[in-house]
Ligand binder design. Sequence first.
Ligand SMILES: Cc1cc2nc3c(=O)[nH]c(=O)nc-3n(C[C@H](O)[C@H](O)[C@H](O)COP(=O)(O)OP(=O)(O)OC[C@H]3O[C@@H](n4cnc5c(N)ncnc54)[C@H](O)[C@@H]3O)c2cc1C
Length: 291
Amino acid sequence: VNTFELVRPRHVDEALAALDADDPSVRPVGGGTALMLMMKQKLFQPTRLVWLQSLENDLRGIRVDEQGGLRVGALTPLCDLEKSPEVARIAPVLSQALKTLASVRIRNAATIGGHIAHADPHMDLPPILLGSGARVQAMSSRGSRWIELAELFRGYYETSLQRDELLTELAIPALPDDVRGAYQKCTSISADDWPTLGVAVFFAVEEGRLGQVRVVVSAATEKPVRLAAVEQLLTGERPTELLLQAAGDMASTQIQPLPDIRGTIAYKREMARVYVRRALEVALQAQQKGV
Ligand SMILES: Cc1cc2nc3c(=O)[nH]c(=O)nc-3n(C[C@H](O)[C@H](O)[C@H](O)COP(=O)(O)OP(=O)(O)OC[C@H]3O[C@@H](n4cnc5c(N)ncnc54)[C@H](O)[C@@H]3O)c2cc1C
């Protein structure tokens, strides 16, 4: 029998004090949807779990900051984000993606902090957040710091968070008015499965040419990655059918896919070719309609 200590902190300080910089078997629990699965599969056996649900008053909530961006407490469940009119207005791509992420039951329990900290490359929201220029606040007994998402995701289930750090807040900047985006995912096992590939794109069309381009690919790769070469190919160009096709072709060669039950390397490259072009087309249509 695996026994472990369960700590129910009353304040963030108590939670921080219960974490341990040197012990990987001490973990905070947000919604528990990922952690419990790993415990059931015996991939993870804790010595101590720090139950964050008791910190809802401090860490749950969505607000608009002074710059018009979003601030989201780490313990905010995904369903709150899904239903939020502020998220729909300020981060419409994120809002849309939430509707097709896992199931209602998972979205009710899973927290945004756990979603990000878990660093499973198959997650839907990290590529969108990365493309949006989001950052997170990490706190420990030693103090707090802000981390750009591009710096947070280090590799397969790997972040730059220290073991005694807690994610407390997510900041998503408001996109410039003329920037539009799209998220497209490919699910190869069933429609509601985790993505085989996720693609988030953002850009503005300035005098008929593409600017402020961000192209992020995830799920097929070990972590969400911005495709700098593809962004460069698109920047300053007119969004013709040929250009979008060339962007898809380039994306398929730029990514380093990992083979798994959802597809081979060749399959994932092919999906990148199709889905990068498709995401660009969808965002372009949104731009033209002004949505
Ligand atoms: C059946 C099923 C289907 C799914 N399908 C999808 C899908 O289609 N798309 C998708 O994107 N996701 C999917 N998921 C994954 C789901 O999104 C994640 O399990 C969830 O977001 C994790 O959040 P949580 O709060 O439950 O994390 P937890 O399980 O509580 O924690 C996950 C990890 O993060 C750490 N952690 C938690 N909170 C914090 C914090 N505040 N600070 C620091 N570390 C923290 C924990 O210690 C743990 O290591 C699915 C999950 C399941 C079980």
